[in-house]
Design a protein around this ligand. Structure first.
Ligand code: C5P
Length: 226
């Protein structure tokens, strides 16, 4: 099947979860496997792009011909993205970035207090930077693609994020269905742009990645001509 060429285009993809340290041995994170982002990196290489993958901690091999930058926290990812963004044509944000982090990282392992009458421990969380929105706000902005993993009202939440984060495209998927969710091998998605909606039926993440890349490349070329 046909793939719109991305020869010579610089594509940056974020993938995987982030980890937000509580103390030297504990963190807050999520179940993102990085599968979708890694599959997209492979498809983008097949389409001829020069691909940088900025990855949170996942247990995956780096696809051939992909430059991989490993990061841990959302703030690390934010920094790595902005250090690499110059000359980027397409930015694809598949990472499941933690929305909040503990306000401080304890220097030493937090201990239980055996004498405390109070059985609770309070953590204060603060907002992390929104990485994809920060890229979409750049003066020299690339074509920006976001993902929206939702458990209900998938299309309306995704459309809202498209506008709020000023994205060019958003890819919506319903993670309440475990056959197409975070750790599954399959996906089914709806691609939403300012004036269109395209639904891709359930298939392997690899096939979804190729189909997505076709749509994305076409929309990118239309966008860059205007
Ligand atoms: O978490 P949310 O549903 O808002 O994520 C939607 C999009 O925003 C995804 O593409 C995700 O990678 C991106 N995002 C980000 N930085 C954040 C939160 C989300 O880049 N702090």
């Amino acid at each position: 099947f046909k793939q719109e060429t991305l020869t010579g285009r610089r594509v940056i993809i974020t993938a995987g979860p982030t980890r937000e340290a509580i103390d030297p041995v504990r963190y807050i994170s999520n179940h993102s496997s990085g599968k979708m982002g890694y599959a997209l990196a492979e498809a983008a290489v097949e389409a001829g792009a020069d691909v940088t993958l900025i990855s949170g901690p996942v247990n995956r091999e780096t696809p051939d011909r992909v430059t991989r930058i490993d990061v841990t926290s959302a703030r690390d990812m934010h920094r790595a993205v902005h250090e690499s963004i110059e000359g980027c044509d397409i930015f694809i944000s598949t990472a499941a970035v933690a929305d909040y982090r503990p306000d401080t990282e304890a220097n030493n392992k937090i201990k239980k207090d055996p004498d405390a009458a109070d059985e609770t421990l309070q953590l204060t969380l603060v907002r992390n930077p929104d990485i994809v929105a920060s890229v979409a706000a750049l003066e020299q902005k690339p074509f920006v693609v976001g993902f929206a993993a939702e458990t209900c009202d998938v299309i309306s939440y995704a459309t809202d994020k498209l506008h709020r984060k000023k994205l060019d495209l958003i890819v919506a998927n319903d993670v309440s269905d475990s056959s197409i969710g975070f750790n599954s091998d399959d996906n089914a998605v709806t691609v939403i742009g300012p004036d269109f909606e395209d639904t891709l039926p359930q298939t392997s993440k690899r096939q979804v990645a190729r189909q997505l890349l076709d749509i994305l490349a076409q929309r990118y070329h239309d966008w860059s001509e205007n």
